[in-house]
Ligand binder design. Structure first.
Ligand SMILES: C[S@@+](CC[C@H](N)C(=O)[O-])C[C@H]1O[C@@H](n2cnc3c(N)ncnc32)[C@H](O)[C@@H]1O
Length: 222
């Protein structure tokens, strides 16, 4: 089972502008990723749903050397990653799903940023987490950034997000987008996310970051 949230054409082209406006503190989160993963079991990193290469970019600039594999099913997103990253010998970009990667190849750390909330909780979240776990060394770290919370928490944090957005966004577009997040995405509660991690073969995750609806989680493969 492999659900895919399609990011194509304008949605891909406008992606970086979009995250900049809609995810307060996202650049800070990205900047700190190499530090956060300093205790990875090896410097072999898997970037799941790497999109336009925002996370990978930070690891190419890190003081330590990382070997990085980015995987994403969207060619339009990956094209932008290729443009940014083609000069780096230590970056491999793969078009596809984690299940396409050889499970014999193991990674010492992984990132899963802004992907899980697009997948339903009828098996798709769990199968992606299991596919990742299968490709990690024991003790490897996983960082996630995801819209998290029960219905009430999401509603309250969406109201906060509205206050944190740049002032020049169009009001109707903001309302539409907030409605879409509330009604069309698949966030799960903090306890459900912990259960999914445990079932997939990870430790119970630690919430170390929050920016309105977006929560940053750190866990380790058992
Ligand atoms: C919101 S973007 C996040 C991109 C990048 N992680 C970032 O933070 O800038 C979500 C990405 O997940 C990818 N995606 C969708 N379904 C996926 C799946 N089942 N497995 C892995 N990636 C997926 C999309 O193609 C898209 O590039």
């Amino acid at each position: 089972m492999s659900q895919v949230e399609l990011f194509e054409r304008e949605r891909a082209t406008n992606y970086n502008q979009f995250v900049e406006a809609w995810i307060p503190n996202y650049q800070y989160f990205l900047d700190r990723l190499p530090n956060l993963l300093r205790e990875a079991t090896s410097k072999n990193l898997l970037v799941v749903g790497c999109g336009t290469g925002n996370e990978i970019n930070r690891f190419t600039q890190a003081s330590e050397h990382w070997d990085i594999t980015g995987i994403d099913p969207s060619p339009d997103m990956l094209n932008q990653a290729h443009e940014k990253l083609h000069a780096y010998q230590n970056v491999t970009l793969v078009e596809g799903l984690v299940s396409d990667l050889d499970p014999a190849q193991k990674y010492g750390a992984a990132t899963l940023l802004l992907v899980l909330h697009f997948l339903d909780d009828q098996g798709n979240k769990l199968s992606l987490l299991k596919d990742i776990a299968e490709r990690l060394e024991p003790g490897a770290l996983l960082v996630m950034l995801d819209i998290t919370g029960d219905k009430k928490q999401i509603k309250q944090n969406l109201a906060i997000l509205r206050l944190l957005l740049p002032n020049d966004l169009d009001d109707d577009q903001v309302t539409n987008r907030l409605n879409r997040i509330e009604n069309e995405l698949y966030p799960v509660s903090e306890t459900r996310l912990a259960d999914l991690c445990l079932e997939a073969g990870f430790e119970s995750p630690l919430r170390f970051f929050q920016s309105a609806i977006y929560m940053g989680w750190l866990t380790r493969k058992n």
